[in-house]
Design a protein around this ligand. Structure first.
Ligand code: FAD
Length: 459
């Protein structure tokens, strides 16, 4: 009998280090077929936004290089993932299919369906935990329900078994179809997927700001641990400093695992305030994913159903556009929205301030803002993005109370005291050309609180 290769399906885990599915394929000892599927067709799978596609292109190029250095070609296919993987099984005569788990509702359906179909056909199909430190079904309250508040959730995580140590990257792999996987199954050319913007090419700021790929992710982690971790607890809220890790897009695409981050941080700085605080932020990411796992409609439905009664007024499209373009006349909001447009990212505090402004001062439904972030963030994440929006809007798990409306002027004084952040993105602030605020902050705050009375009354 000839070889029965192992298919390793790469999804949001674009790395070769700490990759349990790849590791299992190596252990199985048969030649390896590595595949990534661009799935824009399976029911309910959310199509990627523009900035995310840019990242994906570069991340796939980097993964393809790292696999090819080890003897395996990355096969690129496009279509409904279940069908694509089944046909790859047929073409290669694969005997096993391995992947790392996904936790979104639609993705889980695709995976469960495929798993049972392939297992019925006699294949070995295995999935692994790789993108979360704690599997969502393992962290429960004393009465067996999912947590809805972060602090006890994280306490339960810290009391659970410590996350495993990261697995080493394999040195050499046995590629299916001859040396270096040549002659293996056909695939698309990455350039033909059109993931990069061309007309116009708006990605200049992304290229200046980011370096996608696994190696860059590890360099970023180590630079952060060496240079910034000590200041993290005190400085993480400052808009004018770059003292956070900027690992979020690397984590989003799985170029680095949270396990690698966990252990590197603990080895370097266990017991320090910086390490505790930083890992707790990684914990918020875990929490968002656990919430999504138990509430798959997080991007479209209020987690607190009483918010369904919120009387969102009729949308003024010009207000939404002013917000998107950074032309609201509120300096810190405009700075942040321009930063997002230019770099594909935004500081966490600025995300909170701009989201509060949209939902509470402009009274625009959080879903509109979530969608804009989804399209423009390089770290646009199935869980953290809707979770963050619902947190600010007040409709989410462990959310900020609705009546806490961020005052953009006070936020600016506190977190950008010398005006460096705003000055960088809104250089025309003191010129005649800068618009007056499109809304009165005090009046709109009062209107938002009045609207909120409807939510309270519907409880
Ligand atoms: P650090 O401060 O260095 O934190 C380390 C890691 O912890 C981050 O990389 C991230 O993975 C995680 N993390 C930190 N804060 C949070 C948080 N509040 N919630 C969840 N995870 C967190 N994060 C995303 O990764 N993708 C998103 O699409 C996203 N959308 C958001 C939308 C809104 C409205 C809000 C308020 C927050 C959103 N966040 C999102 C969370 C947070 O803003 C970013 O994770 C953070 O700014 C990334 O910067 P960093 O990597 O330097 O974070």
């Amino acid at each position: 009998m000839g070889a029965t290769p192992s298919i390793v399906w790469f999804r949001d885990d674009l790395r070769v280090g700490d990759h349990p599915a790849l590791h299992a394929a190596v252990e199985r000892g048969e030649p390896i077929v590595a595949v990534h599927v661009l799935d824009e067709e399976s029911a309910g799978v959310r199509p990627l936004g523009g900035a995310a596609k840019w990242w994906l292109h570069h991340s796939l190029a980097s993964l393809a290089d790292d696999l090819s250095d080890r003897g395996v070609r990355l096969v690129l296919r496009r279509g409904p993932a279940g069908r694509v993987i089944r046909s790859l099984v047929d073409e290669t005569g694969a005997g096993a299919v391995f992947w790392n788990r996904r936790y979104g509702g639609a993705e889980r359906e695709v995976d469960a369906d495929l798993k049972s179909g392939l297992a019925d056909a006699g294949l070995e199909v295995r999935s692994f935990g790789a993108s979360l430190l704690f599997e969502p079904w393992t962290i429960r309250t004393g009465s067996g329900t999912p947590f809805s508040v972060f602090t006890p959730f994280w306490k339960a995580c810290l009391a659970a078994d410590e996350p495993r140590h990261p697995l080493p990257a394999p040195r050499e792999l046995d590629g299916f179809g001859g040396p270096y996987g040549r002659g293996g199954p056909a695939g698309d050319h990455l350039d033909d997927w059109g993931l990069l913007p061309t007309h116009p090419d708006w990605a200049g700021g992304l290229r200046e700001t980011w370096e996608p790929g696994e190696r860059a992710a590890h360099r970023r982690l180590h630079a952060f641990l060496e240079e910034d971790l000590a200041e993290y607890a005190a400085g993480r809220d400052r808009l004018d400093r770059q003292s956070t890790s900027r690992l979020s897009p690397h984590l989003r695409w799985g170029e680095i695992s949270p396990h690698a981050i966990w252990h590197a941080t603990r080895e370097r700085a266990a017991g320090t305030e910086g390490a505790r605080k930083f890992l707790a932020e990684v914990g918020w990411r875990e929490f968002a994913w656990h919430v999504l796992f138990h509430f798959p409609d997080l991007a479209t439905r209020n987690w607190r159903s009483e918010f369904d009664a919120f009387p969102w007024p009729r949308l003024h499209p010009s207000a939404l556009t002013a917000w998107e373009r950074g032309r609201t006349g509120v300096p810190v909001v405009d700075a942040a929205m321009r930063e997002l447009w230019h770099t594909g990212s935004m500081h966490n505090r600025a995300r909170m301030v701009t989201a509060s402004f949209l939902t509470k001062n402009l009274l625009i439904d959080w879903r509109r803002g979530e969608q804009w972030f989804w399209d423009t963030l390089v770290d646009a994440d199935h869980a953290s993005n809707p979770f963050g929006w619902q947190w600010v809007a007040g409709s989410g798990a462990d959310a900020a109370p609705y009546f806490r409306v961020f005052n953009p002027e006070l936020q600016r004084e506190k977190f950008d005291p010398d005006g460096r952040y705003v000055g960088r993105w809104v250089p025309e602030l003191d010129d005649d050309g800068y618009p007056e605020p499109i809304v009165d902050l005090r009046e709109t705050r009062a209107a938002a609180l009045a609207a909120y009375e409807r939510v309270k009354a519907s409880k």
